[in-house]
Design a protein around this ligand. Structure first.
Ligand code: URA
Length: 428
């Protein structure tokens, strides 16, 4: 006879009750082992989405998900560890220049990353556009690279928070992704199990993010920072704008190209600003405050680390990146300032061009995506290129263009304005 039963727990949450620590531990352990069925966990996820969870319940849920699998430790590593996690956005390639940049200052970056699903891109898909690069490492390879190079970006092994892997896939198909207790426990269980000693959360706000408004983003950030601190991970969060794409390139190889420009001391100012801001924060949490982060992008130190990091995983940093076979240019219809350029619509169009996948097992097109020729707040003249669409399959253009309908606004009387990236911060 089992200690609890799933129906009783679902009913408690449906009636806005609180689940006890033993109940949550039982639920997650039995969901992971298959005793609690997917349909029961779907009902529970929906009850949590509708009725929420107390801070204590969220902490218990996170701890139970960590306990469902293995945890990593860097006890033998001389350098401190620091990681960053973004809640996901359009054109968000920041991990690529950030990991080697932070490693250039002697702080080790153990980045276990994921693949894209829906309109947001995945770091592993981007890096796989580099010839020879390998996402899967053994535990030994991972630790060796962390000690020798100081930065690793690779796929999380199946043993890390398996309860989250199962639950995330279920949420994705049951309309229950956007619940704060579920997002917070999903992200933090993986990051705490990963074993980093400090963590910066980049919580995205706006149309291209899970959190569409700043109050919800602040709540999510506060819950996650608290979870990290409670688990002994020095955690803080930056709230950053995702109402419009980051940088000028959206799509796997296109984003690698832009990241390499940033590592070479160039690149769009919003990508550079956010990379530097997050690097400073990661270094601060790891105890390094008196450092000139921008200089390491200009003088090649971050680029050297990038080349070592890519080569250590079999990648050729000098190989030409894949390019799409077909291109279509969208021209500006009027003179003026771009006062609206919607992240979600641009992300969806890029996805439809082949940069993303509709199902987990689909391949991505490495060269597909969108190049913006102008950003939010910049001036443009009628007839100038506004964006270029890239795909291997010309029949994808029409659905992408449909997604872009109403995605931008050009106003003659508006004044050009630089984009505001950093909206708020939550310290632990
Ligand atoms: N990323 C995750 O890992 N989990 C979520 O729930 C949302 C974003």
């Amino acid at each position: 006879m089992s200690e609890f039963d799933a129906i009783q727990l679902i009913t408690t949450k449906r009636e806005k009750g609180e689940l006890s620590t033993p109940q949550i531990n039982w639920l997650i352990a039995n969901y992971t082992s298959g005793v609690v069925a997917d349909e029961q966990m779907s009902a529970m996820a929906m009850a949590i989405l509708l009725n929420g969870m107390s801070r204590r319940e969220i902490k218990d849920l996170t701890m139970a998900m960590i306990a469902s699998g293995e945890t990593l430790s860097y006890a033998g590593l001389a350098a401190p560890t620091s990681d960053k996690h973004s809640t996901g956005g359009v054109g968000d390639k920041i991990t690529l220049p950030l990991a080697p940049l932070v490693a250039a200052f002697g702080v080790a970056v153990p980045q276990l990353s994921g693949r894209g699903l829906g309109h947001t891109g995945g770091t592993l898909d981007k890096l796989e556009s580099i010839k020879g690069w390998r996402a899967s490492l053994t535990n030994d390879e991972f630790h060796k690279q962390l000690a020798e190079v100081g930065a690793v970006i690779c796929a999380a092994g199946a043993g890390l928070a398996p309860a989250d892997k199962k639950l995330y896939a279920l949420r994705d198909v049951t309309g229950t992704v956007e619940a704060i207790p579920l997002i917070a426990s999903s992200i933090m269980s993986k990051k705490i199990a990963e074993g980093t000693s400090s963590l910066v959360l980049d919580v995205k706000v706006g149309s291209g993010a899970f959190m569409k408004n700043i109050d919800r983003a602040r709540e999510l950030a506060t819950v996650m920072v608290q979870l990290g601190q409670d688990a002994g991970v020095n955690t803080s969060a930056l709230l950053t704008d995702m109402s419009t794409p980051l940088g000028l390139e959206i799509g796997n190889a296109l984003e690698v190209k832009e990241s390499v420009e940033v590592l070479a001391g160039g690149g769009p100012s919003d990508v550079v600003e956010l990379t530097i801001e997050l690097a400073r924060e990661m270094l601060r949490l790891a105890g390094k405050t008196d450092v000139d982060v921008a200089a390491a992008l200009k003088d090649g130190r971050a680029m050297d680390k990038w080349r070592q990091m890519i080569a250590a995983q079999g990648g050729d940093p000098d190989a030409a990146l894949p390019e799409a076979r077909e291109h279509q240019v969208i021209l500006a219809p009027a003179d003026g300032v771009i006062t609206h350029l919607d992240a979600l619509q641009v992300g969806t169009a890029s996805w439809r061009l082949g940069a993303g996948r509709a199902r987990k097992e689909d391949p991505v097109q490495f060269g597909a995506g969108i190049t913006l020729h102008a950003q939010l707040g910049s001036e443009i003249k009628a007839g100038q290129p506004l964006m270029t669409l890239h795909t291997d399959e010309a029949e994808r253009f029409s659905r992408a263009i449909e997604a872009l309908e109403g995605s931008f606004k050009i106003e003659a009387a508006a004044v050009p304005a630089p984009r505001k990236i950093l909206l708020d911060r939550i310290d632990g």
